[in-house]
Each structure stands twice: as C-alpha cells, then as structure tokens.
Design a protein around this ligand. Structure first.
Ligand code: SF4
Length: 71
C-alpha cells in the first residue's frame, strides 16, 4: 500500500508529517479516503458533533481552544 499525500481538509491537523518532501498523514495512509467517509476520526483540528436534526457538524475551533488552554 502506498502512502498518499494529505488533502485540503487535513490542513491544521497535528498528524501531518513531512516525509520525503511531501506532507503525509502519520496515522492513515489514504487521507482522501478517510474524508470521503465523513469527518476523519483521527483529526486533531476539527471536532464532529451531531445537531438536533441528526446532521454532523464540524467545529474547527478545537485546536484554538487547546492552544489557549495551554497558555
Ligand atoms: S489524521 Fe485525518 S485529518 Fe489528520 S492528516 Fe490524517 S487523514 Fe488528515
């Protein structure tokens, strides 16, 4: 299996590693496939929640909250 480069939705994730000059995921070899199924469950920069209508919502503020807590 080959390791694929990250996709746009991965931007901001702490699991991104630069290997051989390409940015790749350290947890999953096919980031595009991971996101095609919905929100990546390994992502560190987004948080999924389900609203009252049962729709999945993404909260991109998870990382900024973590960053402010560590100060
Ligand atoms: S963990 Fe998910 S969001 Fe993060 S780089 Fe890997 S595939 Fe992308």
């Amino acid at each position: 299996m080959t390791v694929q480069p990250i996709v746009e939705k991965c931007e901001g994730c702490a699991r991104i590693k630069e290997i051989d000059g390409m940015r790749r995921c350290s947890s999953y070899p096919e980031p595009a496939a991971k996101w095609s199924l919905g929100i990546c469950n390994f992502a560190t920069h987004v948080k999924a929640s389900v609203d009252k209508q049962g729709k999945v919502k993404i909260n991109p503020l998870k990382m900024s909250k973590r960053a402010s807590r560590s100060k």
